[in-house]
Design a protein around this ligand. Structure first.
Ligand SMILES: NC(=O)c1ccc[n+]([C@@H]2O[C@H](COP(=O)([O-])OP(=O)(O)OC[C@H]3O[C@@H](n4cnc5c(N)ncnc54)[C@H](OP(=O)(O)O)[C@@H]3O)[C@@H](O)[C@H]2O)c1
Length: 406
């Protein structure tokens, strides 16, 4: 069955993928399902770079079932898969008339977010047919793109089971769960560097500098910082390390991430390096300090004078900054993807509260260390879709954090 046009009445429930078997003339369904599964598998490789966005793959397919061009969503905030596929195809110089179908593993977006709506780009491209493996799980968008494409005379077919979201991008199901939509909070990536024993502070005799991880890892972290909306730390790190939390060499970065310090009693020194103007080749977002309502009035004024924006929040049960409030506050400030770069105290608190969604852990070529080890916390954490790789001399573990660990 060809689904064209789908009712223009948006208030009508659009049937879910499983309800909608169909075929696009001349490309066998089996071949289309195979293409969707293949591009979906390849799209998964970027899952840690783009979360909480879904991993999505797209292909422009010729009438004989061959793939003419392919695209994936590769970078958070960057172009979506269908836009990348269209760009790759245009670069070949072939006419759009050679394209039979645009295959996409997930229903395209139909609203403007960090990028314009993909439905608009598809309509403008002149593509006549779209094959989709799964629908957007967010009930506010589910089926909406199919209706819009249908209204513009584009044939839409679905392939339930070919590349289900539960296989290609399960983290997106968690991000769009009822609980999460009801009380939204940013996707939180905890990144830290540890010694082999899980210590975040190297032993005194680590040698030159204080870094656990290698220059190659530090470069990767700069890239990660340029793809988040906020960098979050605790006052313990500000006092111990006096970090800048800027992005170095931020090519094309128009809005550097906010810098957020959780500091219950306003212990942040007003002369901390975080307040210094950005140097050549670096970019830093505004500095926000989240504190307890009623904290140190004198210091409050000193920090404002230093350039901080100080936001009192009600305290949590332990008297410190309320973690859920901190995240909900960030959400209200437009933060959707935040990077937690802090010491073991605040890291453990966010983990124990169940707010860490993803980890990136660099284990350097260093033994021992000072302070608390995170080895026990990590052993009790359910890691999903884990990936292990190496960068320079360091081991890098990336994973999503499972719900049962919370
Ligand atoms: N290897 C790495 O990747 C890495 C990264 C960063 C830091 N570090 C190291 O970590 C060490 C500092 O770690 P740390 O554990 O002392 O400090 P931290 O985790 O950076 O900050 C902890 C502080 O945050 C404040 N805070 C506010 N609200 C909180 C809440 N709800 N729960 C927990 N804390 C809250 C608390 O101070 P108040 O109660 O006064 O607000 C707490 O003492 C340094 O040695 C630094 O070098 C390592």
């Amino acid at each position: 069955m060809i689904l064209t046009p789908i009712t223009p009445d948006r208030s009508r429930r659009v049937a879910c993928a499983a309800d909608m078997p169909s075929t696009v003339a001349s490309i066998p369904r089996g071949r289309m399902a195979q293409i969707l599964a293949e591009v979906g598998e390849r799209a998964r490789a970027a899952r840690f770079e783009i979360a909480p966005n879904p991993a999505v793959g797209a292909a422009l397919v010729a009438a004989d079932g061959s793939i003419l061009a392919e695209g994936r969503h590769l970078v958070y905030g960057g172009p979506h898969a269908e836009i990348e596929a269209l760009r790759a195809y245009r670069a070949t110089g072939r006419p759009m008339a050679d394209v039979h179908t645009l295959a996409i593993t997930l229903e395209p977006c139909s609203t403007t977010g960090k990028t314009p709506a993909c439905t608009d780009a598809i309509i403008k491209s002149g593509i006549k047919r779209v094959a989709i493996a799964d629908l957007d799980p967010d009930p506010r968008h589910r089926g909406r793109a199919l209706a819009i494409l249908g209204e513009h005379g584009i044939e839409v077919e679905t392939h339930p089971g070919a590349a289900p979201l539960s296989v290609v991008s399960p983290h997106f199901e968690s991000y769009t769960s009822y609980e999460r939509l009801r009380r939204p909070r940013p996707w939180l990536i905890a990144k830290w560097a540890q010694t082999r024993s899980g210590h975040l502070s190297p032993p005194e005799d680590v040698g030159e500098g204080r870094w656990i991880s290698s220059p190659e890892s530090l470069r990767e972290v700069q890239l990660l910082r340029s793809h988040v909306d906020a960098i979050v730390t605790g006052v313990g790190t500000v006092v111990a390390d006096d970090p800048r939390l800027t992005v170095r060499f931020p090519a094309g970065l128009d809005r550097p991430p906010l810098r957020v310090v959780l500091d219950t009693e306003l212990r942040t020194p007003p002369d901390a390096r975080i307040f210094r103007p950005a140097e050549r080749g670096e970019a830093g977002g505004p500095v926000y300090i989240l504190c307890r309502a009623g904290a140190n009035g004198v210091r409050h004024r000193e920090l404002l004078a230093a350039g901080a924006r100080v936001h009192p929040l009600r305290p949590g049960a332990d008297g410190r900054v309320h973690l859920r409030e901190s995240l909900e506050w960030m959400w209200r400030f437009g933060v959707r993807r935040a990077l937690l770069e802090t010491g073991p105290t605040l890291l453990s608190s966010y983990f124990e509260a169940g707010f860490v969604d993803q980890v990136r852990i660099y284990t350097g070529n260093v033994n021992g260390g000072r302070g608390d080890s995170l080895a026990t916390l990590l052993a009790g954490t359910k890691l999903l879709e884990r990936s292990d790789r190496e960068v320079g001399p360091d081991a890098v573990l990336e994973a999503f954090v499972g719900r049962s660990s919370r």
